[in-house]
Design a protein around this ligand. Structure first.
Ligand code: CUA
Length: 455
C-alpha cells in the first residue's frame, strides 16, 4: 500500500518539478525555434509515457497486492496485448523521432546566400577561418600543419586571402545566415552554443557542417561538448553577434594567410632597433632584472611575445589597477608603431640565448611535480612550451615572476579581460592551485625541470 503511494507521489512530484524548475532553456538567439519545438515534443511524449507507466505500476501494486487465499496466475503469452503494445510503442517512437529528422534536414542544408565560417578544434582551443575576397576557402592539407601554418593551408592560391582568427573569439552579423564548417586537428570535439540551439561533432578527417541565423545581438559562449582530454573544460570560445557593419570592419581587419606567412620573414635589424627601449628594463640580451621586476624575455617564443605585446597595446593587459608592473609595461608596448614592428621585435628577442634562473628556494618540488601534470599538457612536460596549444615555455623563468603571474591569474588581475581568451583559460586553470603553498610547490618544480635539478 505504502509503496504504491510513494510511486504516485514520486510521479506527480517529478512532473511538478519539471514544470516549476528554475533550470529552463536559455533564451533563444537564433532561427532554430524548431529545435525547441522538437524538445517540447520529446518532453511531452516521454513525459506521458513516464506518467502512464508509473501510475500503471502503482495501480498494479494496489490491485494485485497480497490477499490471503489468493494465488497468482501464470500467463506468459498474450498475442493481442503484444500487438497493441507494439503498435502504441511504434507510434510513440515515430512521433518522437520524425520531427527531429525534419529539423535535422533543415539544419544541415544551408541557404544559398549564407556566408561561411570554418571552425577548427584542437586540444584545447578553437580557431576560425573566413574566406577572403574571392569567397573561397583555400584547400587544406593535414601534412602542411606546422606551428607557423596552424590551419594547414596547402599551396592553393585561393587560401592566401583567407582570414585567420587565432584567438577563440568570433564575430557574427545579426540577421544573416551563416554556414559553420567544422574540422578537428586531433580528436573528437563538439561545438555547442546553447543559445543558438546548435551543436555538432568535429570529426578528425572530415568536415561536418550546419547553419544558423543569429537573431539577438550579444555575447554567447561556445563550449566543447565532447570529453576530449584533461583541459576539455577550458576549451571555450566567445561568439559576439553584432551589426553587419561591425562584423565587416572586424573581418576586414583580420590577418590573412599571406600576412601570417610574411610574419615568418621578420626584419631582425628593425627588431634590434625597436628593442633598444626594452633593453633598459629587460636587459641587452633579455636576461631580465629582478630588482625592478622585469622578467627575462630570452627563451620566450615569438608567437607568445607577439600576443602579449598586442594585449598590452589593446589594454587587455597592463590596465588592471593592481597590476603595477603591467601598467609600467604598457606605454612601452604602445611605442611600437605597427604590427610589423611587433613581429620584428618578437623575432629579435627570440634570437637570444634562453635564460636560466636558479631553482626556487620555497616550496616542495615533489608535490609541485604532481600539480604540474595538468600544466604539462599545454606547457610541455619539461616546461618547454607547446606550439600547438600556444602554451608559452616556462622553464628558465625566475620563481618570483612565476609566483606573481600565477597569483595574478588566480585573483583575476591578469587574464580576466574579455579580449584575452588564453588569459581567460589560464584564470580557470590557475584555480586548481588552491592556495599560496600550492603555487610555491608548482613553481619549485618548474624552476627545476629546465635546469636538470628536478627530483
Ligand atoms: Cu574539445 Cu572537449
Amino acid at each position: 500500500m505504502i509503496i504504491a503511494w510513494v510511486v504516485i507521489l514520486l510521479t506527480l512530484g517529478s512532473v511538478l518539478f519539471y514544470l516549476v524548475s528554475p533550470w529552463q532553456l536559455t533564451p533563444l538567439a537564433s532561427n532554430w525555434g524548431t529545435m525547441d519545438t522538437t524538445i517540447q515534443i520529446t518532453a511531452l511524449v516521454t513525459g506521458a509515457v513516464f506518467v502512464a507507466v508509473n501510475l500503471f505500476l502503482a495501480w498494479v501494486i494496489l490491485r494485485y497486492r497480497h490477499r490471503a487465499g489468493r494465488r497468482a496466475d501464470f500467463e506468459p503469452e498474450n498475442k493481442r496485448l503484444e500487438g497493441w503494445l507494439t503498435l502504441v510503442t511504434g507510434v510513440g517512437i515515430a512521433a518522437l523521432l520524425a520531427p527531429g529528422l525534419w529539423v535535422w534536414g533543415d539544419f544541415v542544408r544551408a541557404p544559398e546566400e549564407a556566408h561561411r565560417v570554418e571552425v577548427v578544434g584542437q586540444q584545447w582551443r578553437w580557431s576560425f577561418r573566413l574566406p577572403g575576397e574571392d569567397g573561397e576557402f583555400g584547400r587544406v592539407d593535414p601534412r602542411a600543419l606546422e606551428a607557423d601554418n596552424p590551419f594547414g593551408l596547402g599551396e592553393d592560391p585561393a587560401g592566401l586571402d583567407d582570414r585567420l582568427v587565432m584567438e577563440p573569439r568570433l564575430l557574427l552579423p545579426q540577421g544573416q545566415p551563416v554556414q559553420l564548417r567544422l574540422r578537428s586537428k586531433d580528436v573528437l570535439h563538439n561545438f555547442q552554443v546553447a543559445n543558438f540551439r546548435a551543436k555538432m561533432d568535429l570529426v578528425p578527417g572530415q568536415v561536418s557542417h550546419f547553419w544558423l541565423t543569429p537573431t539577438e545581438p550579444g555575447d554567447y559562449q561556445v563550449v566543447c561538448a565532447e570529453l576530449c582530454g584533461i583541459a576539455h573544460f577550458a576549451m571555450r570560445a566567445r561568439i559576439e553577434v553584432v551589426a553587419p557593419e561591425v562584423f565587416e570592419a572586424w573581418r576586414d581587419g583580420l590577418p590573412t594567410q599571406a600576412d601570417w606567412l610574411a610574419r615568418a620573414n621578420p626584419d631582425l635589424e628593425a627588431g634590434r632597433t625597436h628593442y633598444a627601449s626594452c633593453a633598459a628594463c629587460h636587459g641587452a640580451s633579455g636576461g631580465g632584472n629582478a630588482a625592478i621586476q622585469a622578467p627575462p624575455l630570452a627563451g620566450l617564443t615569438p608567437d607568445y611575445l607577439y600576443r602579449q605585446l598586442e594585449l598590452f597595446r589593446h589594454g587587455a593587459r597592463g590596465t588592471h589597477a593592481e597590476d603595477g608592473p603591467g601598467q609600467q609595461m604598457r606605454p612601452f608596448a604602445l611605442q611600437l608603431p605597427d604590427e610589423a614592428a611587433i613581429g620584428d621585435v618578437a623575432a629579435y628577442i627570440a634570437t637570444f640565448e634562453p635564460a636560466i634562473s636558479p631553482p626556487a628556494e620555497a616550496g616542495d618540488p615533489r608535490r609541485g611535480a604532481g600539480l604540474y601534470r595538468t600544466c604539462a599538457h599545454c606547457h610541455g612536460a619539461r616546461g618547454e612550451g607547446v606550439a600547438a596549444t600556444r602554451g608559452p615555455p616556462l622553464a628558465g623563468l625566475p620563481d618570483w615572476y612565476l609566483i606573481r603571474q600565477l597569483e595574478h591569474f588566480r585573483e583575476g588581475i591578469r587574464g580576466r579581460h574579455a579580449d584575452d581568451p588564453y588569459g581567460n583559460q589560464m584564470v580557470d586553470m590557475a584555480q586548481m592551485l588552491v592556495n599560496r603553498r600550492a603555487v610555491e610547490d608548482v613553481v619549485a618544480h618548474i624552476t627545476r625541470v629546465g635546469t636538470g635539478t628536478e627530483e
